[in-house]
Ligand binder design. Sequence first.
Ligand SMILES: Cc1cc2nc3c(=O)[nH]c(=O)nc-3n(C[C@H](O)[C@H](O)[C@H](O)COP(=O)(O)OP(=O)(O)OC[C@H]3O[C@@H](n4cnc5c(N)ncnc54)[C@H](O)[C@@H]3O)c2cc1C
Length: 435
Amino acid sequence: MARWSCIRARAPIPTPAPSSTAVGTPNRVVIVGGGVAGFSAAQELRARGYAGALTLVSPEGLPYDRPPLSKGYLLGTEDAGRILLAPESWYTEHGIEVVAARAAALDLSPGRPAVALEDGTRLHADRLLLATGALPRRLGIPGGDRAVALRSRTDADALRRVLVPGARIAVVGAGLIGAEVASAAAALGAEATLIDPVATPLVPAVGEELALRLHAMHSGRGVATLVGAPVAIEEGARDAGPHLVRLADGGTVRADAVVVGIGVIPDTALASAAGLAAEDGIVVGSDGSTSHPAVYAAGDATRVRRQDGVVHLQRRAEHWEAAVRSGQAAAAGILGEASPEFGSPWFWSDRYGVHVEAVGTMDARQVPGARTVLREADGVPAAAFLVAEDGRLLGAAAVDQPLVVRAARRIIDRGLVPDPDRLADPSVDPRKLAR
Ligand SMILES: Cc1cc2nc3c(=O)[nH]c(=O)nc-3n(C[C@H](O)[C@H](O)[C@H](O)COP(=O)(O)OP(=O)(O)OC[C@H]3O[C@@H](n4cnc5c(N)ncnc54)[C@H](O)[C@@H]3O)c2cc1C
């Protein structure tokens, strides 16, 4: 088990202004999981003046960022040092102990809770934070384990080795990560085939018009797209590539490597084994509180329970900013302080040199009466807005228009009713949309 302690962050993630109140209790916090949620919670605890012991259990060592794994890191333009969330020195300066080990179990019997590591070490704490993230969904078909997923730096290293000029790569799932992998494969000279059962993926995430534009980019960059569902992956014939993907319609795809990107499953193993409430995610309040008073949870592993008149479970977010925010909210919760208000959800994705962002919801099917307003640039849809029947803005998505998305976010968070003609008019400065 390796341990680090560390000094100055390269300020990778903006944090809310530190609270002036230094909190005396709890005296010891253990965070399980060194993804961006666990890291953000540690950063926020210190920013809020928590001065007690702080341990981060992170099997992969110093926390690193995952989005570059399907972008710059996969392309080889960013190295392992560049994607660290903070340099080693930062942990020393902030008195954060990083324990490179896996937690095997939680002990929540009366008394001080504890985390048991795989080597038998027990870490006692006044408060535990579970930030165990998510695991890639696997292909439940014969030979499905031949497909590799992309979640960790190790996965990215292995994938990088096969993305060489001329290699044939089959990517199952044309969602955000699948599309980024296909884009990287094309940039590295590999021959990629993207397989998805849906003709236009990502409609719920960015709306139909932008989804069509984005999906068309694949064939424009030499990536073959197939509408279909794999039913088996078999050993390929000699000299024909080691893998043969069989599709439901009888078609086949030969490949040197098969990548699967069909979503994630929250990693609730520790929580469930300890008896914490979990339902497709560890169930948490907006302050990260779980069904045990000493245990908090954050990030992709969680699902928020809201009380808007009735109690309901929100959809899991599965995006970077949501993980950061939930880590920060859980830090506030651990210290007994009010959770910050964060506003509408946002994500980004990069492919073929374009930058995609979306905020709020773009899933028109979920909102009867909603309509889409488009803003074009150079004759193609560059931004789409989902407007409710009463005129409120529900969501926006855009390609290479970050100012538009920023304005839309302000409009949504303030509950403003925008003028649809101004939204659609590309001559209106995006910075003036929220006025
Ligand atoms: C390739 C890729 C690209 C992405 N790109 C984007 C993007 O462009 N935009 C966007 O908004 N989002 C993106 N995301 C999503 C975003 O990165 C995730 O939402 C975010 O990383 C979730 O953070 P987390 O800390 O909750 O979980 P994770 O990052 O999964 O971290 C969880 C950590 O917990 C550890 N852990 C699990 N079990 C244990 C245990 N028993 N003991 C100790 N530790 C444990 C794991 O090893 C892991 O390090 C991407 C994700 C991936 C994988």
